[in-house]
Design a protein around this ligand. Structure first.
Ligand SMILES: *[C@@H]1O[C@H](CO)[C@@H](O)[C@H](O)[C@H]1NC(C)=O
Ligand SMILES: *[C@@H]1O[C@H](CO)[C@@H](O)[C@H](O)[C@H]1NC(C)=O
Length: 257
């Protein structure tokens, strides 16, 4: 665990967990987005978790990670959040998770297994919660690429994976932003379609509007419901990975105006 606490940290700061891609680490991902400068301006804290296992890919496939309170990398990350909230008097109602590629897969895992911890998440070029369930590992070198090549389920089946991760939970669910490049061959754009099906089912919102040219000419934006709970972004000609749009994400999180 690494942490970025800005000099002018807010009273009761929000906390964002930022998860690196495969082969990355906390230091690499600190430089991978402009989030630190936004933290300087807005006073939130960034947790840079790092995994040294499986070619530095997150454990998105173990029963531990896919079950609330059971273990795996997921519980490790939740422990980091706990530590941070306690040590810096953070706002437990403003905890977010974001990541790219394997970090995006883990973002969906965290939102599925720990709906009580995260207010919202943003996944760039990832896969749905439990997409890798049953696979022995989750790296680009793994023999089993079924998930990353676009494993499909029905919305209800995807939703059940999330609900079964925390049986009996009836509280609110994290709001989600899903972004993907349409020219991605490593983690197919279908994976983002599947994640949208999953959260659409879990959050109870359906596609209401598609706008091309949002937030920039290559992209189209999908709004589910009124857009506060779920949004999708697909980039034409965008490969692996879709770049992080900090402004758009922090607005969706409600951390900047
Ligand atoms: C987080 O902290 C609370 C108490 O503040 C504790 O009940 C809970 O078990 C902790 N969870 C983890 C994952 O450390
Ligand atoms: C491959 O992974 C998928 C999930 O991504 C799983 O359903 C399937 O059982 C796995 N197959 C093998 C042979 O491990």
């Amino acid at each position: 665990m690494y942490i970025y606490v800005p000099d002018k940290v807010a009273a009761k700061p929000a906390v964002i967990v930022a998860l690196h891609p495969c082969g990355g680490n906390a230091q690499q991902w600190y430089g991978g987005t402009r989030l630190p400068s936004y933290a300087d301006k807005n006073g939130f804290i960034l947790i840079y978790a790092g995994t040294p296992n499986m070619n530095n890919c997150w454990d998105v496939q173990s029963t531990g990670s896919l079950t609330h309170g059971q273990g795996g990398d997921a519980l490790g990350i939740v422990s980091m959040v706990n530590y941070t909230l306690n040590k810096y008097s953070g706002d437990a109602s403003k905890v977010f998770v974001m990541g790219s590629s394997s970090g995006a897969m883990m973002t969906n895992v965290m939102a599925g297994s720990y709906p009580d911890v995260f207010e919202a998440g943003a996944a760039y070029s990832g896969t749905a919660h439990a997409c890798f369930a049953g696979a022995p590992s989750a790296t680009p070198m793994s023999p089993n690429q079924t998930c990353a090549q676009g494993l499909t389920h029905t919305p209800e089946q995807w939703g059940n994976f999330v609900r079964n991760s925390y049986p009996g939970y009836t509280g609110r669910r994290p709001r989600m932003m899903i972004a993907h490049g349409l020219a991605d061959t490593l983690v197919r754009p279908q994976c983002a379609r599947e994640a949208l099906k999953q959260w659409s089912n879990v959050l109870g919102v359906t596609l209401t509007k598609t706008s091309s040219g949002v937030p920039s000419s290559a992209y189209s934006q999908e709004i589910y419901g009124d857009g506060t709970k779920l949004q999708g972004f697909f980039g034409t000609g965008v490969g692996h990975t879709a770049p992080v749009n900090e402004d758009l994400m922090l607005k969706f999180f409600g951390l900047i105006a």
